[in-house]
Structure formats: C-alpha cells, structure tokens
Write a protein that binds this ligand. Structure first.
Ligand SMILES: [Zn+2]
Length: 119
C-alpha cells in the first residue's frame, strides 16, 4: 500500500521540469546550478557584512537614546542583523544566480552521456 502519494508527485514534477538530453534522449538530467551556488555564497557574505554594519549603526543610535535598557541589546542586534542580512543576501544571490544558470550557462548535464546543454 502506498500511503505517500506526495512522494510520487514530487518525482513526477522533477521529471517533467527538465528537458530530455538532446543527444541521447535520456531523462537522467541533472541541473548543475553553478551560478546559483556561487551567487548564494557571494550573497551570504555580502548580506552578512551589510546586515552587521547596519545593525551596528542601529545599535549605536539605540545606545545613545536609551542606554539604560540593555547594553547586551547592541551586540545581540548586531548578530541578528548579520543573520538577517546573510539570509536575505543568500536568497538574492541564489535568485540572481538561478537566472544566470537558466539564461547564460549550459546548466543541464546528461548523466548517461555527460552532454552539457541549456534549457
Ligand atoms: Zn545524453
């Protein structure tokens, strides 16, 4: 008895998403996602730096206005800011990289004959 129809639909979706190999017609195609991986990493680093620096300036203003609340708040704010920045940067970088993968690079690889092609 198959009690998990969701698994089947995910498999079907991934099969229909990628085109067959233009050389041998195989459906064993995998996406290489070079730019997506690179873009995500670059976005993570850039976002962490941007998030941390903006959190630091925000913490400085916060300390000036209400230093009696919590001196720990500034440091915590910087960490949270860096995490938010890293997440946002990673998503933006990955999204940009995905566009590059789809449009500029031979992003698809046939696992049977190792032929590289794009959508
Ligand atoms: Zn092939």
């Amino acid at each position: 008895m198959d009690t998990n129809p969701l698994h089947l639909s995910i498999t079907d979706q991934s099969l229909t998403k990628l085109p067959p190999c233009p050389r041998c017609g195989s459906h064993h195609i995998k996406a290489r996602e070079i730019a997506k991986t690179t873009g995500g990493l670059a976005g993570t680093i850039t976002g962490a730096i941007t998030g941390a620096s903006s959190a630091f300036s925000g913490a400085r203003v916060g300390l000036t206005v209400g230093s009696f609340i919590s001196p720990v708040g500034g440091g915590l704010g910087a960490v949270v800011g860096a995490l938010i920045g890293a997440t946002t940067g990673c998503m933006a970088g990955a999204a940009l990289g995905e566009v590059i993968d789809d449009t500029l690079l031979d992003n698809l690889e046939c696992e049977d004959c190792l032929y590289l092609f794009s959508k």
